[in-house]
Design a protein around this ligand. Structure first.
Ligand code: NAG
Ligand code: NAG
Ligand code: NAG
Length: 608
């Protein structure tokens, strides 16, 4: 809150002194409106992909989150351990900040599903020696995915531990310590054991392309080991292997820094610069609101992370035509890495949003520290956005501090403005947008894109996640050593959640799913006894979507918003030209559930 006030003052100061800032202020108001709208779209977008009540999640089991509802070009209709953990971390933080009890039921379901998923044998290995935990993705029904893939990916267990610990901490602070100890900790313990055992082995990076060591993975592992040790102690246990391995993971983390930027993939032999949004995304997870601008833990405000931000974002300025003509002081569209060829290599929404989020998090840290220190490492970053920047320390209250923070906020907003510009009017966030014309590309409704929006928006409004203990985990050992701590794995079986108080939903997104074989020219509708379903008038029936129709899964689906508790009758009808065919009797009867959940799904087959 304090930060917002000081930024407002800074903005007004520049508004008074020069004309260009006036238009920046005007644009900022519009951006604020858009962010507010898009935040609710993003939240709904995530929940639509969450099994099994989500509007687009037919076929996903309870608690399993789809990467995207897209089943072809590309087929992302799977649940990834990494994506799910990142998204649920954002939902846990949002639940803690807002108390939205609908999110809590989703979080509990996710955790229960992970207990089971950990034990599923898969091509990466089995549960008994932990190797199976490195499997990147599973079928949406929770069985193993057996096709070829870039595996293992060792960031998943670390990120899942972090998401679960965040929720475990909330449980402990709110009178549910038993649930933290008996439900959450056994799952976290397996993930920590995995990290401590395998962190020093190669695996595929977050883009699933390169086998080696990935900055994102090492950063996530270091964090998980640090907070895992403290969480273990809080449940009356301990994690000796976290304590022995965390300093060594931190030691490895330093090895990605080449003096100018983070080389995101090491222990590899690839022809790339190493400038990769991998490292900017990592800053979202290294961020600790209680830490200073520490270089060794790569805090968002650290000189290293700022130099890296410039190196990575600049690498996209000349490669995307939608970035041409944008000044060096203004945010641009950001992709994964400039050499990318996936879908011809394009900007990604989540990478562009992360570039903004790092800077909002940095602003939080400067405000907390009460000063900004510009070093020779970060000078070129600062000069690009504030040409008279010079090395030194500037206390809050000074005009230079105000000018620097104001420039950084405007610069960060520039990245969000790019995302706004290339987001369609319905607010849907795909995976990528075209490098030449900005049109959305690749998977639609990418769950991670929506989560990236939510975390950016939270950081922008100074709603920060909990500390993970970075400030006391920044001592790099004098010599790095290859190491590992082997542990044992025990299936987590307790998913018996206490009954939490919740706000009963008043309005529910009710989805209708029906399996029925059709031929081109035919459309399926739902019609029923209430006005939202056309009051039995076939002309007012709700048309369903065949976007995921396959011969082996002839699915038609669609949603309407209904009041919880509404009882009604309905049927599916098929229209072809002017002819209407009703499914056979009896009428179906249904009552919209009146629970904590804001979504519900009917799963039907045509009565023939
Ligand atoms: C926000 O959403 C409302 C309602 O959908 C719409 O009328 C308004 O134009 C939107 N504003 C922005 C800035 O997108
Ligand atoms: C293992 O750790 C050593 C010491 O830090 C490091 O040199 C090596 O690159 C690491 N290997 C992997 C695969 O993490
Ligand atoms: C289904 O509902 C309609 C409209 O109320 C009614 O006319 C029809 O008789 C019902 N069908 C059966 C089998 O009850």
């Amino acid at each position: 809150m304090l930060l917002q006030k000081s930024l407002l003052v800074a903005t007004l100061v520049s508004f008074v002194h020069c004309i260009p800032a006036a238009s920046a202020l005007y644009k900022r108001a519009a951006l604020d409106d858009w962010i507010a709208n898009e935040t609710s779209t993003a939240l709904a977008g995530i929940l639509a992909n969450a099994g099994y009540n989500g509007a687009k999640a037919y076929g996903a089991n309870q608690g399993l989150l789809l990467a995207s509802p897209s089943t072809t070009n590309p087929d992302y209709f799977f649940t990834w351990t990494r994506d799910s953990a990142l998204v649920f971390k954002s939902l846990v933080d949002r639940f803690i900040a807002t108390g939205d009890s609908n999110l809590q039921v989703e979080i509990n379901d996710y955790i229960s599903a992970q207990a089971k998923l950990q034990t599923v044998s898969n091509p990466s290995g089995s549960f008994s020696d932990g190797s199976g935990l490195g499997e990147p993705k599973y079928e949406p029904d929770g069985t193993a995915f057996t096709g070829d893939w870039g595996r293992p990916q060792r960031d998943g267990p670390a990120l899942r531990a972090t998401a679960l610990i965040a929720y475990g901490r909330w449980l402990q602070s709110n009178g549910y310590s038993d649930a933290a100890t008996n439900i959450v900790w056994p799952i976290v313990k397996n993930d920590l054991t995995y990290v401590a055992q395998y962190w020093n082995q190669t695996g595929f990076d977050l883009w699933e392309e390169v086998k080696g060591s990935s900055f994102f993975t090492t950063a996530a592992q270091h964090r998980a080991l640090v907070e895992g040790s403290a969480f273990a102690a809080s449940v009356g246990s301990s994690c000796a292997s976290c304590d022995s391995q965390a300093p060594q993971a931190l030691c490895l983390l330093q090895q990605y820094w080449n003096g100018q930027y983070i080389v995101s993939n090491i222990n590899v032999n690839i022809a790339r610069t190493g400038k990769d949004a991998n490292s900017i995304l990592s800053s979202l997870h290294t961020f600790d609101p209680s830490a200073g601008c520490d270089d060794t833990t790569f805090q968002p405000c650290s000189p290293r992370m700022l130099a890296n931000h410039k190196a990575v974002t600049d690498s996209f300025r000349s490669v995307y035509s939608i970035n041409s003509g944008i000044a060096a002081s203004t945010g641009v569209a950001v992709g994964r890495y400039s050499e990318d060829v996936y879908y011809n290599g394009n900007p990604w929404y989540l990478a562009t949003l992360a570039a903004a989020e790092q800077l909002y998090s940095a602003l939080y840290q400067y405000n907390k520290a009460g000063s900004i220190t510009i070093t020779s490492t970060s000078l070129s970053f600062w000069k690009a956005i504030y040409s008279s920047a010079a090395t030194g320390t500037y206390a809050s209250g000074s005009s230079t501090y105000s000018a620097l923070t104001s420039a950084m906020k405007t610069y960060a907003d520039g990245y969000v403005a790019i995302v706004e510009k290339y987001t369609p009017s319905n607010g849907g966030l795909a995976e990528q947008f075209d490098r030449n014309n900005g049109a959305p590309l690749s998977a639609v409704d990418l769950t991670w894109s929506y989560a990236a929006f939510l975390t950016m928006s939270a950081a922008r409004s100074n709603s920060v996640p909990a500390s993970w203990g970075a400030a006391s985990a920044n001592k790099v050992p004098s010599a790095c050593a290859a190491s590992s701590a082997t542990g044992s794995y025990t299936a987590a079986t307790n998913t018996n959640w206490p009954s939490f108080p919740c706000t009963i939903a008043t309005s529910v997104q009710q989805t209708f799913n029906v399996l029925t074989t059709t031929v081109p020219g035919q459309d399926i509708y739902v019609v029923g006894s209430i006005s939202a379903l056309g009051s039995w008038d076939t002309a007012k029936a709700i048309k369903l979507d065949a976007g995921r129709y396959r011969s082996d899964l002839p699915l038609w689906y669609g949603s309407v918003t209904l009041s919880a508790g509404t009882a009604f009758e309905y049927k599916y009808i098929r229209k072809e030209g002017s002819s209407v065919t009703w499914e056979s009797d009896p009428n179906r009867s249904y009552t919209v559930p009146k629970t904590c959940r804001t979504s519900a799904a009917a799963r039907d087959s045509w009565q023939g």
